[in-house]
Design a protein around this ligand. Structure first.
Ligand SMILES: Cc1ncc(COP(=O)(O)O)c(C=O)c1O
Length: 419
């Protein structure tokens, strides 16, 4: 953090003015009310339910489920993984239809896609035995990669990154070579919020003859993704953060059309719902064409009801407007924190540069672990990341500038009290 502090410290009146001028401000009231919550600053962990979610669930139970019963599978549910996938691909991933699917959880889809890409690479060239990833990638990504490497006799090549920043082309480039099979990275780092230069890294990976799998958990719905334009091979991400799909919502996977229907590219969980003509119940697995082949079992239809609704709101807002507000929200938070007395000892461990900053900011202070339960009790809800990080994840569709102000006022007060 710089020591140069603005002459006019920000005020709550500034926050109200920012809200009044916010082109997305009207959407904040279109979420289920959160009684007793002063500031919800954890949209990057669990998004809030869009207003109407409860009614949509009730309607689903009474209508397609309660009355349509098994007929609803034939009438529509069977196609939901691809239909909702196309909607998500269009509004959040910059993906043309037919390349995105909703299924499983992030972890399971990461496994299926990473293993499929790794197997494909090994089939083409058995000497391509390395999976490249970074030491600060989200734990599930690291563990899944360890598992795939153990299953396939591959090795992991670790990139050491600064946890306050993230992966760069300079770091990735030298790690790539003739042995690289797959590179697994997060588009936006879960800790710092660092936005990787995904276009350049994808180019480097392809130049080395490898494939890249992007984790979009912290970018989908927050930072615009242009998967097709950037030449991505594959991506997997969760739908319960900025996509407001609800706790444990099924995840999304993008697989570029370039990689469809290749005899060597097969995901490992060969279930009946990813098979061609599943109801023929025939012997032997034959993958369905296209991205549907990533589906394994019965699609999690119930879990897609809130997601559909939330994606429609995101489409209405537009991801570019969401990104613009997201940057204004984190700029505002930064400005407020920077106006605090230096003796308070809070620093920001996230990129300042807009090009590299995702949707959240991490603040650091040795007493955050001590104060964050108090914050939760009083209705200010950021999250804590060990050892000393307080993550502020304002969700552009639902968070107001005043909420950020009020939440940060509570953070400051609790730190002063813990003094
Ligand atoms: C970057 C990243 N990857 C993966 C996950 C989680 O995977 P799952 O949805 O299977 O729990 C998270 C959850 O916070 C995450 O932040």
């Amino acid at each position: 953090m710089t020591d140069v502090r603005p002459l006019d410290p920000p005020t709550r009146a500034d926050a109200l003015a920012l809200d009044a001028a916010d082109p997305l401000g009207h959407l904040a009231s279109r979420f289920e009310p959160a009684e007793g919550v002063v500031a919800y600053l954890d949209g990057n962990s669990l998004g809030r339910p869009v207003a109407g979610t409860a009614e949509a669930m009730a309607q689903f139970v009474r209508g397609p489920w309660g009355t349509g019963l098994i007929r609803s599978w034939d009438e529509s549910w069977m196609r939901w993984p691809e239909e909702v996938g196309d909607l998500l691909g269009r509004v959040a991933l910059g993906a043309a239809p037919g390349q995105t699917v909703i299924a499983d959880s992030t972890t399971v889809l990461l496994y299926k896609v990473l293993r499929a890409l790794a197997d494909h690479q090994l089939a083409l060239d058995p000497t391509r035995t390395e999976i490249v990833l970074d030491t600060d990638n989200f734990p599930t990504d690291r563990y899944v990669a360890e598992g795939v490497a153990a299953e396939r006799g591959m090795t992991l090549r670790w990139l050491d990154v600064d946890p306050a920043a993230g992966v760069t082309p300079e770091l990735v480039g030298p790690a790539l070579g003739e042995r690289t099979a797959v590179v697994l990275l997060s588009h936006v780092a879960y800790r710092s919020g660092w936005v990787a230069d995904t276009e350049e890294i994808t180019r480097q990976v392809h130049e080395a003859g490898a494939l890249v799998l992007w984790d979009t958990c912290h970018s989908a719905g927050s930072v615009p993704v242009r998967a097709d334009d950037w030449g991505w091979d594959a991506a997997v991400g969760c739908d319960y953060k900025y996509l407001n799909g609800g706790p444990g919502a099924p995840a999304h996977a993008y697989l570029s059309a370039r990689l469809h229907d290749l005899p060597t590219l097969r995901q490992p969980v060969q279930g009946w719902m990813g098979r061609r003509d599943p109801f023929l119940m025939e012997p032997g697995y034959v993958p369905e064409a296209g991205v549907r082949s990533l589906v394994s079992g019965t699609p999690p239809v119930l879990g897609m009801v809130p997601l559909r609704l939330a994606l429609e709101m995101l489409e209405e807002a537009g991801i570019e407007a969401v990104r613009a507000k997201s940057l204004r929200l984190t700029d505002w938070a930064w400005q407020v924190v920077e106006s605090w007395p230096a003796e308070l000892g809070v620093s920001v461990a996230s990129p300042r540069d807009h090009d590299r900053r995702g949707g959240h900011l991490t603040l650091r202070h040795e007493r955050f672990e001590q104060v964050y339960p108090r914050l939760w009790q009083r209705g200010t809800i950021p999250d804590f990341r060990s050892p000393d990080g307080l993550r502020l994840g304002p969700a552009p569709l639902s968070t107001t500038f005043t909420e950020v102000w009020d939440g940060l006022a509570a953070v400051r007060e609790e730190l002063e009290r813990a003094g």
